[in-house]
Structures are given as C-alpha cells and as structure tokens.
Design a protein around this ligand. Structure first.
Ligand code: 5AD
Ligand code: FES
Length: 344
C-alpha cells in the first residue's frame, strides 16, 4: 500500500515504482483507493461536469499503415470516403444545435486534404462558430503545417503517441514511422500554443507493464492538456486480428492513475471502452474521466470509419448519441455540459 500512498502524495513515481504500482492493477483495494483519489481530484477541479466533444470523422483515407488499425492503407476491404467542406459544416451546424461547443476534426492522414484545403475548412468553422473550440486530429504533419492550422484558428490537437517504448512502437508501426517523429510532433504542437492531447491503447499487442511505465513517464514529462486512452480492440482485416482485446479493468485503473499523475487533465471515457463494456464509459467517468466524445459524422459514413471491430454508435444519429450519453453521464452521477471545456 506504501506505493499507492506515495503516488497519491507526490503525483509522480520512478520507473521501478510505476511498475510496482501497475502490478497491483488487479488488486481491488488498490484500484479502489486510486479511483477514490482520482474522483476527489476531478471533483476538486471540475465538479460534476462532463465535457462533450463532437467528433467529425471526415476521411478514412490514410497514407499510413499502422498494423493495428482498420483504416490503414493496405486494407483493401473497406470503402473509402471523404466529407466535403459543406458536409463538415453541416455536421457542425447539427452539433451546435445539440449543444456542442467543441468540434473535433479527425481523419486518416489523407493527402487529398492539403494544407490549403484544411486551412479553408478551419477558417470556415471558426468564422461560423467563433464561440466554439476546434480540435484537430490529423496525424503527423510538419511543424509548418501545424503552424498554418494554428494561425487559421485551430485551438487543440490530438495525437496519441501510441506507446512511449521504441521497440514496442516498432512492432505496432511500419518502418517508415518513428516514435521520435511522433514525440517531436507533440512538442511542436505544444510550442505552437495548441492544447495538446497524447495517449495510447491499453493492451495493444506486445505491450508490457514496463511499456506502460514508460507511457506514464512520457506523459508526465510532456504534461499534455488531454490524454486519450482506450483498450486495444482487434480488427479482422489486420495482422492482429487474432490478438486479445485490452482489459477494461486495466483501462479503468490507468484512467485513475492518469488523473492522479496530471490532476487537471482532460480525460475522455472513450468509445473503445464503451465498445468492450456496455457501461464502459460510465465506469470510465467514475474512475476519473471527465470528457465524452460522441460522433457527429454523417450516419451514412459511420461504419466506414472502422478502426476496430464492433465499434458502437455506428447506426445512431448525433442527437441519439447525445441523448444516450447525457443519460449515461447522469446515471454515473455527473452532468453533461454545453461548454468549450478548455484546459485549466
Ligand atoms: N483498437 C483500439 N484503438 C485503436 N485505434 C486505432 N486502431 C485501434 C484498435 N484496433 C486508436 C489509436 C488512434 C485512435 C484514433 O484510435 O490509438 O490514435
Ligand atoms: Fe451513441 Fe449511446 S452514445 S448510442
């Protein structure tokens, strides 16, 4: 129990200590103690508010080939789509009426969306909705591109680092990608004044306790404003089709750990967590998460943004997801709010 007390007191541990802490993840008394402290911290900073982000998955074309991902380049068995600028704006309009004050533009690394095209879309959204925050999640770009998007009005950027261990990174990604570049992107984004989100999958193929300790050390060092974590879920058209999915319990444990590590962090209860457990997102909120990210994309394309198998919410309209999540958040004892929800 010593190690738990130390972590709660100092919000940081050594590599060896993180490993020791993580080895207790199946010990109920430890996870209870951590979630209690995580909830205390999230209530201290955020009360019972849960922020909501309207996710617009605007293209499933991707030049990358991450081995775990269903929309990777070499998957020839999915139909590709990209939304037009007008369709993206229509998603925002629908979202705004439903109370969303943050839009997240997420897509594969699609070369059709040049910097100029993206800048035009960013400008249009910010001109139409000046009271809303705009988050981008477009993968790895040059510092120059990130600067253009920032100048066009983008406020935040999500780029999960996926794993902070070099060797593990290599087993998840092809040769042409590197952890070094990914980390560099995150530091550029921070320097450009974005609110930045990093994160990783829990239980991705080959992930060890040591790897997770490395993720925690990296997160503490980067100190991002947001951290996205969700369980790995196999996709049938990938080399990891037969791998086991990540554990819901370990994901919840890590949500509490990350809340304590970075007390003010914006921490979503992810769709992947809701996919593996029907009450996953509620449990995530009760473990220390304070954000949910329902889908605003056009229903006709929902199923095509197929990162992993059995993804939930692919048949529901934005309004249905909003209502559903609002009820779920209430049932967990919290309130969904119509605010931008900026980092403190
Ligand atoms: N299971 C769970 N999460 C996945 N992602 C990609 N593929 C999978 C999968 N098979 C996550 C990655 C990426 C985010 C958009 O989705 O962490 O950063
Ligand atoms: Fe989409 Fe529940 S959040 S149906």
């Amino acid at each position: 129990m010593d190690i738990v007390e130390k972590f709660i007191g100092t919000h940081e541990l050594t590599r060896k200590e993180y490993i020791e802490l993580l080895r207790c993840s199946s010990d109920c008394s430890v996870s209870e103690k951590l979630s209690e402290e995580a909830v205390r911290l999230r209530k201290h900073y955020y009360g019972d508010k849960v922020y909501t982000r309207g996710l617009i998955e605007f293209t499933n074309y991707c030049r990358n080939n991450c081995y775990y991902c269903g929309i990777r380049r070499d998957n020839k068995h999915i139909s590709r789509y990209r939304l037009t600028g007008q369709e993206i704006l229509d998603c925002c309009e629908n979202g705004y009426e439903l109370g969303f004050r943050t839009f997240v533009l997420q897509g594969g690394e699609d070369p059709w969306f040049t910097d100029d095209r993206l800048v035009e879309i960013i400008r249009a959204i910010k001109a139409e909705y000046p009271d809303c925050a705009l988050t981008l999640s477009l993968g790895e770009k040059s510092c120059e591109s990130y600067r253009k998007f920032r100048e066009a009005g983008a406020d935040r950027y999500l780029l999960r680092h996926e794993t902070a261990d070099d060797e593990h990174y290599r087993t998840l990604h092809p040769e042409e990608m590197s952890l070094r570049n990914r980390k560099q992107c995150l530091y550029y984004l921070k320097a450009l004044g974005y609110q930045v989100g990093a994160g990783f999958m829990v239980g991705s193929p080959g992930q060890t306790t040591e790897n997770l300790a490395e993720d925690l050390i990296f997160l503490k060092d980067l100190s991002p404003h947001m951290v996205g974590i969700g369980p790995f879920i196999p996709h049938h058209e990938t080399r990891y089709a037969k791998e086991r999915a990540g554990s819901v319990q370990l994901t919840l444990f890590l949500l509490s750990v990350i809340r304590i590590l970075l007390p003010k962090v914006l921490l979503p209860a992810t769709t992947a967590l809701g996919t593996l457990d029907p009450r996953g997102r509620e449990k995530g909120i009760q473990a220390g998460a304070n954000v949910v990210m329902p889908n605003l994309s056009t229903v006709k394309n929902r199923k095509q943004y197929d990162l992993y198998d059995n993804k939930i919410c692919t048949g529901e309209e934005a309004a249905e997801c909003r209502g559903c999540l609002s009820r779920r958040v209430e049932s967990a004892g919290y309130h969904l709010v119509n605010e931008r929800g900026d980092a403190l």
